[in-house]
Design a protein around this ligand. Structure first.
Ligand SMILES: Cc1cc2nc3c(=O)[nH]c(=O)nc-3n(C[C@H](O)[C@H](O)[C@H](O)COP(=O)(O)OP(=O)(O)OC[C@H]3O[C@@H](n4cnc5c(N)ncnc54)[C@H](O)[C@@H]3O)c2cc1C
Ligand SMILES: NC(=O)c1ccc[n+]([C@@H]2O[C@H](COP(=O)([O-])OP(=O)(O)OC[C@H]3O[C@@H](n4cnc5c(N)ncnc54)[C@H](O)[C@@H]3O)[C@@H](O)[C@H]2O)c1
Length: 448
């Protein structure tokens, strides 16, 4: 018998927290969870899900521009952002309901309020209620970083992008990572004059350089303005609401919206971590061992708050492994090797395994295969945009080490290709597989 109120108390009902709660409950644990905003967390409420819906809508807008090539003559077209926004938001509410139902179906007690740690086994809710638990799981995620500059308060983050009252005429997107490129593509497709300003000399560091360069080339062709090595000094706002962003080199950009997309930081501030001696790194990320245990033996952490791989499927796997190990007494762990990722830009990028740069550091004899082609669909709509597929192979063992794609549907293609890489398949195995024609994916078995 336990002396605690619950076997497990989870702080944060996002991707990692909800999965951990459900699995722990299925193993017979008594579980409670606190959520200060909306059940479902970043991915469902203001991340992957509404972003992907806007991405689809942006794709549709691009197709609509080419309607005549598909044989359609349309009456005057008019885009109403608020209609799309509300459709997306209502689906988010539907999903929030499903997540809440999951908690109820699994008899998980949920508190819709902020929670803090008061000790190794104690939590305090915003209402003042104190709760004890044998184990605490911190799954509070991350929050968008903001630049510490004068006028930063005039900029929005991805959180506000899903709630905009209207679309801006001109937008400045600050950053060169996932969120910057995804929103730049969406805004540009809806006709917003879009500039990306990043402080680095390239976008999407960590992605294959040529693939990222192809996105810039295509983006420029669609009217996105890219500014590199661009350090912002301040943002001014005039009485009409117009924003002027000043760069350290003296240049400036006027816009109606500035979006900060410069990374996400662990939401570990004011969480009471010091009360239980839970250690963080200098960026506030909670330090955990390979079993997701923190420096306090009764407290674990999963997902973005640990700042390792900030992706939903990773947070889910970490939550699952934690619950299976601690409450299901299974030897569960997370395999971080060959995690497929995608950037839902226009067109999207997708990647699995090692990049050429990474492979060269680890293997002596690297072979690169490339396919640089104009997809049939782009010929139909008279678009010059070319796809680029790149395969990284170990020349000694013939094993495929990595695949990097840019082009329509590449996120759908990479999921299965990641299985092949993970299974250690060779280039010859790809060669031996008959192509599926006509498709873009067939390039994967035709590269020579
Ligand atoms: C715009 C955007 C797009 C994204 N797109 C993708 C994508 O396409 N694919 C992908 O894999 N990943 C994507 N991500 C990343 C993904 O959303 C995160 O990696 C994932 O949500 C992390 O899950 P988590 O459980 O760690 O945290 P979260 O899902 O952030 O959940 C944490 C929860 O804890 C709550 N909370 C925080 N502090 C407290 C407290 N003290 N008390 C109570 N509750 C608290 C928060 O309100 C939140 O609901 C995207 C992120 C953003 C911002
Ligand atoms: N499709 C997906 O899977 C997806 C989508 C969105 C977000 N995410 C996750 O969320 C995380 C956060 O996304 P993100 O795009 O905010 O971060 P990111 O780490 O992907 O990119 C941050 C970018 O901001 C730039 N930057 C940093 N400081 C800057 C400054 N002062 N001025 C200008 N540029 C600056 C960096 O060079 C980098 O390009 C991602 O790392 C990813 O794990 C995933």
């Amino acid at each position: 018998m336990t002396d605690y109120d619950f076997d497990l108390f989870v702080i944060g009902a996002g991707s990692g927290g909800v999965r951990a709660s459900r699995i722990a409950a299925s193993h017979g644990a008594s579980v409670a969870i606190a959520e200060e905003y909306r059940i479902g967390g970043t991915c469902v409420i203001r991340g992957c899900v509404p972003k992907k819906m806007l991405y689809y809508a942006a794709d549709f807008a691009a197709d609509l521009k080419k309607a005549q090539r598909f044989g359609w003559t349309l009456p005057e077209k008019k885009f109403d952002w608020s209609t799309l926004r509300d459709v997306v938001l209502s689906d988010v509410t539907r999903l929030e309901g499903l997540y809440t139902q999951t908690l109820d179906n699994n008899h998980i007690t949920h508190y819709k309020e902020h929670a803090v740690i008061e000790g190794a086994n104690q939590i305090r809710l915003a209402s003042g209620k104190k709760i004890t638990a044998r184990y605490i799981l911190v799954a509070v995620g991350a929050e968008p970083a903001k630049l510490d500059i004068p006028g930063a308060e005039y900029a929005v983050t991805s959180n506000e992008m899903f709630l905009l009252p209207s679309l801006p005429k001109r937008a400045l997107v600050v950053g060169g990572g996932y969120i910057a490129n995804e929103f730049a593509g969406i805004l540009n497709s809806f006709g917003v004059e879009t500039t990306i300003a990043t402080h680095g000399d390239r976008i999407l560091r960590g992605y294959d350089e040529e693939i990222a360069a192809r996105l810039v080339e295509i983006g420029q062709g669609h009217g996105i303005d890219y500014r590199f090595n661009a350090d912002i000094a301040r943002i001014d706002k005039d009485s009409s609401g117009r924003l002027t962003t000043h760069f350290k080199d003296g240049s400036q950009i006027e816009s109606d919206l500035v979006l900060f997309a410069i990374g996400r930081v662990a939401k570990s501030r004011d969480l009471g971590l010091d009360k239980a001696d839970v250690k963080t790194n200098d960026r506030g990320a909670i330090l955990v061992d390979e079993e997701n245990r923190t420096s306090c033996p009764s407290i674990y952490a999963v997902g973005d708050v640990t700042d390792r791989v900030q992706l939903t499927p990773v947070a889910i796997r970490e939550g699952q492994a934690f619950a299976d190990r601690v409450f299901g007494h299974k030897a569960a762990s997370v395999d971080y090797d060959t995690i497929p990722t995608a950037v839902f830009s226009h067109p999207p990028l997708a990647s699995a395994g090692l990049t050429e740069e990474e492979a060269k550091k680890r293997y002596k004899n690297i072979k690169i295969y490339k396919s640089n082609f104009r997809p049939m669909r782009n010929a139909l709509i008279d678009s010059p945009d070319r796809a680029l597929y790149k395969m990284v192979v170990d020349g000694d063992s013939d094993k495929v080490l990595g695949l990097h794609l840019i082009g329509q549907d590449s996120p759908e293609i990479i999921q299965l290709a990641a299985v092949a890489i993970k299974a250690g398949l060779t280039k010859q195995a790809f060669n031996d597989t008959v192509a599926l024609h006509p498709s873009s994916a067939e390039e994967l078995v035709l590269m020579r």
